[in-house]
Design a protein around this ligand. Structure first.
Ligand code: G3H
Ligand code: ZN
Length: 309
């Protein structure tokens, strides 16, 4: 099936009150796992590549793989640039044919130094102008992700939460289609259960009439995610949960292989090496992790309701 835009997917999600999972792919097996999971759940899906992955693989290669998988898939999928840090990266992914891009304007190109609000607006407006000229969806970001009660104090975390009035102003000034908000989540594994500030999310959703995005989806308790979806979250980003599933499965497969090698050694037989015996269980584990999230986000079975599917 042809790629669709995130805007198309999230407007259906908005109408039906669910969220679409956005899952990070870094190689063939993770990309296959994401699409397999969505097909098995008959669910729309967003397959995304984050800017830091570009240090690992050429975007053209990963894009070609993703486009081939989506072309064959029987479910609607968008291809999204996650955490794009520069206007140049945005243009690169527009040229590749991605149907959705995130201009992560909250941080400078180094991914660490905060941008000012004005700098964020300026670079995001540029990204919106370029992307909208070719029909591509733009996600913006306001606020700095931070787990409440972890390294940063509650006061600092409170300060990092997205301000509803600033959010409304930002959406108005930039024209973004979706907005990543800071409501207590953070990337990676949490130290203890995160506190999702649903009251703040409700205020943001009241002020901002576009779909909202939750980053740092791994480890957010299911009921907290579901409550956030009722309050306007329409895209939930998941990366770490896929990595954890990969590590666990490939660790088991390696231990099994070592046992078989020991048996071969003991029997004076020749050891066998088959990488597929490591990668297939890892791919299956990643697929199951994605299916698990799709069910929680409520998008299972929703593919058929989206035009043309
Ligand atoms: O942009 C990607 C997500 O925010 C990843 O968050 O690794 O905590 O699932 P996560
Ligand atoms: Zn993120």
């Amino acid at each position: 099936m042809p790629l669709v835009t995130t805007k198309e997917l999230l407007s259906h999600a908005d109408a039906e009150g669910y969220a679409v999972g956005a899952f990070n792919a870094i190689n063939m097996e993770s990309a296959q796992a994401i699409i397999q999971a969505a097909e098995e759940e008959n669910s729309p899906v967003i397959i995304q590549v984050t800017q830091t992955t570009l240090a690992y693989t050429e975007p053209e290669e990963l894009a070609a793989l993703i486009f081939a998988l989506v072309e064959k898939a029987e479910i609607p999928a968008a291809a999204h640039l996650d955490h794009g840090r520069t206007f140049e990266t945005i243009v690169q992914f527009l040229r590749l044919g991605f149907t959705s891009v995130m201009m992560d304007g909250s941080l400078q190109a180094d991914g660490k130094t905060p941008r000012t609000y004005e700098e964020n607006v300026e670079v995001t407006k540029l990204a919106v102008r370029a992307a909208h000229s070719v029909g591509v969806t733009v996600e913006g970001e306001l606020g700095r992700l931070g787990q409440i009660g972890s390294e940063i104090s509650d006061a600092e975390a409170e300060h990092s939460l997205t301000d509803p009035d600033m959010a409304a102003k930002f959406v108005e000034e930039t024209g973004v289609d979706t907005l990543a908000v800071s409501i207590g989540t953070t990337h990676g594994l949490y130290k203890g259960a995160p506190t999702i500030v649903h009251d703040r999310l409700r205020l943001i959703d009241d002020r901002v009439r576009i779909p909202l995005v939750m980053h740092g989806g791994t480890g957010v308790p299911d009921d907290a995610v579901k409550e956030a979806i009722q309050l306007g979250i329409r895209k939930v980003n998941i990366d770490t949960q896929i990595r954890v599933a990969f590590y666990a499965a490939i660790g088991d497969a390696l231990r099994l292989a070592e046992k078989e090698h020991a048996q071969a050694d003991a029997a004076g037989a020749v050891r066998k090496y088959d990488v597929r015996k490591l990668m297939k269980p890892a791919r299956d584990a990643m697929r199951d992790a994605v299916r698990d999230r799709i069910r929680v986000f409520g998008s299972s079975g929703k593919a058929s309701g989206i035009t043309g599917f």
